[in-house]
Write a new protein. Structure first.
Length: 308
């Protein structure tokens, strides 16, 4: 399903990896871990003026066309004031500006609220999460963003079209083959109904993917508990490895199709710090070939041996 090319360097080795289905490529350089560019977590202490805190959220944020917001548990959902999609919603996850860790209930409520908001538009939806400024969050207060357009984003479109091509050529369903291979690989973390593994060709540091047994957003509800448990487990793993910031996207198809599985992708990001150092540079943002430090197989072994 992917190729690995080892290139010896003066201090170790460099790996070039490419996913056959999509053509996605990355470079893995484990020696760069020794640079220790990540630093201790440093969070902004002030929440004054935060539009997502309870004293502001119901007066500052917009409402849907019916004049309401979606309230589920602690979460509050409303249209994005500055959208970059045909349909763009925000779900504030927690009542508090900063939390030490997310509970399953908090994430489950937020995911269900996002689902309700996105099903109001007939497009290709995704549920997204930038957590902390070093992961691209413009507001520290934890929140999800849902987007939906009549045309899928590049990543969704690539997996949709490539999955159809794979099925036409082999007669097999790509996602079933991936699940089978990942389950027996060093990259496997946990899960059966939703299989979680360190992705073989990472799009970011320590990418973990959870492959769902459904394709569409309107099929998600039955798997919310399992999905939420997996997300909480991955976030706990990241914290044990010393990183708190992350990005997450859950990709869905618009059509009910056998050639696509919805999947949840998480990547860890560098901790917010006074130097405002970012772990994304020109290779990631301009070449679409991210520089990765952690071997996916090492992440799988770490979880099984120490990360539980």
């Amino acid at each position: 399903m992917f190729t690995v090319t080892d290139v010896p360097t003066g201090k170790g080795k460099l790996q070039y990896r490419e996913e056959h289905l999509t053509g996605l490529r990355c470079r893995i350089s484990p020696e760069r871990l020794k640079r220790h560019i990540d630093q201790s977590l440093s969070l902004p202490g002030e929440s004054t003026g935060c539009p997502f805190c309870r004293e502001n959220i119901f007066s500052i944020t917009p409402t849907f066309a019916d004049g309401n917001r979606i309230i589920r548990g602690e979460s509050v959902t409303f249209p994005n004031m500055f959208p970059f999609a045909e349909w763009h919603t925000v779900t504030v996850i927690t009542r508090y500006h900063v939390v030490p860790a997310f509970t399953r209930q908090q994430i489950a409520d937020a995911l269900m609220a996002q689902t309700e908001s996105l099903l109001r538009f007939d497009g290709y939806p995704s549920i997204n999460w930038n957590y902390l400024p070093s992961a691209g969050a413009s507001i520290v207060h934890p929140h999800l963003q849902g987007i939906s357009d009549r045309r899928p984003t590049w990543m969704t479109e690539r997996y949709l079209s490539a999955g159809k091509e794979y099925h036409a050529k082999t007669g097999n369903r790509y996602w079933d083959v991936v699940r089978e291979q990942e389950r027996s690989s060093d990259r496997y973390l946990f899960g059966e109904e939703i299989l979680w593994s360190a992705h073989a060709v990472p799009a970011g540091e320590r990418e973990v993917r959870g492959i769902l047994p459904v394709a569409r957003l309107d099929e998600l509800e039955s798997y919310i508990d399992s999905l939420t448990g997996g997300i909480v487990e991955v976030l706990s793993l990241y914290r044990k490895l010393g990183t708190h910031a992350f990005n997450m996207t859950i990709f869905f198809s618009r059509e009910k199709t056998e050639e696509f599985s919805a999947f949840c992708s998480l990547i860890s990001r560098i901790n917010p710090n006074p130097l405002s150092t970012s772990d994304s540079a020109f290779m990631e943002r301009l070449h679409n070939e991210p520089i990765i430090l952690t071997l996916p197989e090492d992440l799988g072994r770490y979880y099984r041996n120490e990360g539980r």
